[in-house]
Design a binder for this molecule. Structure first.
Ligand code: PAF
Length: 278
């Protein structure tokens, strides 16, 4: 097991990047790494092979948290995160301080996520996707990878990042990786550690609802939504929506995505699943 190089500043990052000419893949994270992140790191390694470089960024981005959200209490177990990166053979970790990434203070110019940025998660978390896309653009431009790997767990984020690189001609290939789940179907998330025992017991209904919805695809969109809704007990639903694969309005047939957000106690959970409408 080799320790990754750790860069805390832009200069340290640039110096580390200048040492290698090889293809690279980056995994952007806010830390608190779990098996879902490990899957992203594996996918990054598969993309570039042993001759390439796998980068992980660790940065809790204040720009994407709204007032009253969990920015301050968001877990920051940096030592444990570095150990995960070492175990997974990561070559380089970029973990800047806020002042390093935003040296001029709050950015005056940000990435506008467009109409989709105000829907689904964006309707509940105004400004969230402008914050996400702004930091993603910065981190990609600083790490200049060939590939950037994102989890399907945050499906709207994945779609919006893909749209950003297409619309702005950013020269990075965006790769989505399927969600990793606990044995009972709960999608892995750094925020799962906030769940009390009762909330943790309630949380798997999201995964069950999505499975039930996907299994009802033969009956069409209404059957998908009805089957999923029937499972959603014991949590407070924010939304349950069936959309197209790029989150456009749901098609009558073909690939679609079923998305859910709900609160188990004070913890907000999101999840989604592919649905093939015959
Ligand atoms: O998915 C996340 O962890 C964050 O939204 C990201 C992409 C690292 C940007 O801060």
């Amino acid at each position: 097991m080799t320790e990754p190089i750790v860069a805390r500043t832009r200069d340290e990052l640039a110096e580390a990047l200048s040492r290698g000419e090889q293809e690279s893949a980056v995994v952007l994270t806010m830390g608190a790494l779990h098996a879902g992140h490990r899957a992203l790191i594996h996918a990054a390694r598969d993309l570039v092979g042993t001759g390439g470089a796998v980068l992980v960024t660790i940065f809790v981005n204040p720009l994407q948290f709204g007032p009253g959200e969990d920015f301050e209490r968001y877990p920051r177990p940096f030592g444990a995160d570095l150990a995960v990166c070492a175990e997974e053979g990561v070559d380089l970790v970029f973990a800047p301080a806020t002042e390093e990434l935003y040296p001029l203070g709050d950015p005056q110019v940000t990435v506008a996520p467009g109409p989709l940025g105000a829907e689904l998660e964006g309707a509940v978390r105004p400004g969230h996707f402008a914050g996400v896309l702004t930091v993603v653009a910065k981190l990609l431009n600083l790490t200049v990878p060939s590939y950037a790997v994102f989890g399907e767990k945050d499906y709207q984020q994945l779609v919006l990042v893909g749209r950003m690189v297409a619309d702005l001609d950013l020269p990075y290939e965006i790769v989505g990786v399927p969600t990793v789940r606990e044995a009972d179907g709960l999608a892995l998330s750094s925020r799962n550690r906030y769940l009390s025992a009762d909330e943790r017991a309630a949380a798997p209904v999201l995964g069950r609802a999505l499975e039930a919805g996907a299994a009802a695809a033969a009956g069409g969109p209404d059957a998908v939504l009805a089957a999923a809704r029937a499972e959603l007990t014991g949590v407070e639903l924010d939304y349950l929506e069936l959309r197209g694969a790029d989150l456009e309005p749901a098609p009558a047939t073909g690939p679609a995505r079923l998305l859910v957000a709900a609160r188990a106690g004070t913890t907000r959970l999101i999840d989604n699943i592919a649905v093939d409408l015959p």
